[in-house]
Design a protein around this ligand. Structure first.
Ligand SMILES: CC(C)(COP(=O)(O)OP(=O)(O)OC[C@H]1O[C@@H](n2cnc3c(N)ncnc32)[C@H](O)[C@@H]1OP(=O)(O)O)[C@@H](O)C(=O)NCCC(=O)NCCS
Length: 142
C-alpha cells in the first residue's frame, strides 16, 4: 500500500476519531488536552487511520512504567487492509523507544480480536459503557 505513516497533531485526527468513535458527535475527545503521541496513516491528503499513546500507569500497577493506547480509528471504507496494524506498530515503536513498560487500553470488545493479533491480552471482566458499549481492558509488555 503506498501510504505514509507519520506523527500528527491531535487536531488533525479529531474529525476521523469523532466520526468513527463518537458517531460524528461534536464532543470534546477525552485525553486530547494532555500530551500524547498521535499517528496518522495517509494516502495523499486522505487520513485513513489514526491512534495515540501517552504515558499513563495501568490502573492495576500505578508505579510501573506504562503507556495507554487510545483513539484507534480506521476510515470505514479502508478497514481490513492493514491500516490499523500500521498505526499500532508505529505507536508500539514509539512507546518502546521512549521508556517501554507495558501498553494497555480500554478496548471495545468488537475490536478485541484486532488487538489480540497485535499480542495484547484481555484482563479482568468486560463492562458496559452506557454510551459506547462493551469494553474490556487489554495489555501487553512492550
Ligand atoms: C479496530 C480498527 C481500528 C482496526 O483497523 P483496521 O485498519 O481495519 O485493521 P487492520 O486491517 O490493520 O487489521 C489487522 C489485523 O487485525 C484483524 N482485524 C481487524 N479488525 C478486526 C476485528 N474487528 N475482528 C477480528 N479481526 C480484526 C485483521 O483481519 C488483520 O489480521 P491479519 O493480520 O491476519 O491480516 C477498525 O476496525 C476500526 O476503526 N473500528 C471501529 C473503531 C474501534 O472499534 N476502534 C477501537 C476502539 S478500542
Amino acid at each position: 500500500m503506498g501510504v505514509q505513516v507519520r506523527e500528527v497533531a491531535a487536531a488533525e485526527t479529531a474529525e476521523l476519531r469523532r466520526r468513527v468513535l463518537r458517531a460524528g458527535r461534536p464532543v470534546a475527545l477525552p485525553g486530547d488536552a494532555d500530551p500524547a503521541f498521535h499517528v496518522g496513516v495517509y494516502d495523499g491528503e486522505l487520513l485513513l487511520g489514526t491512534g495515540n499513546v501517552r504515558v499513563d500507569p495501568a490502573p492495576w500497577a500505578p508505579s510501573d512504567p506504562a503507556w495507554r493506547l487510545r483513539g484507534m480509528a480506521t476510515h470505514p471504507e479502508h478497514r481490513g487492509r492493514g491500516v490499523g496494524a500500521l498505526v499500532l506498530d508505529a505507536l508500539l515503536a514509539h512507546a518502546r523507544g521512549h521508556g517501554g513498560g507495558v501498553l494497555w487500553c480500554n478496548a471495545r470488545t468488537p475490536a478485541q480480536a484486532f488487538y489480540e493479533r497485535a499480542g495484547l491480552v484481555a484482563r479482568g471482566e468486560p463492562w458496559e459503557d452506557p454510551e459506547l458499549g462493551p469494553h474490556v481492558v487489554m495489555w501487553r509488555t512492550l
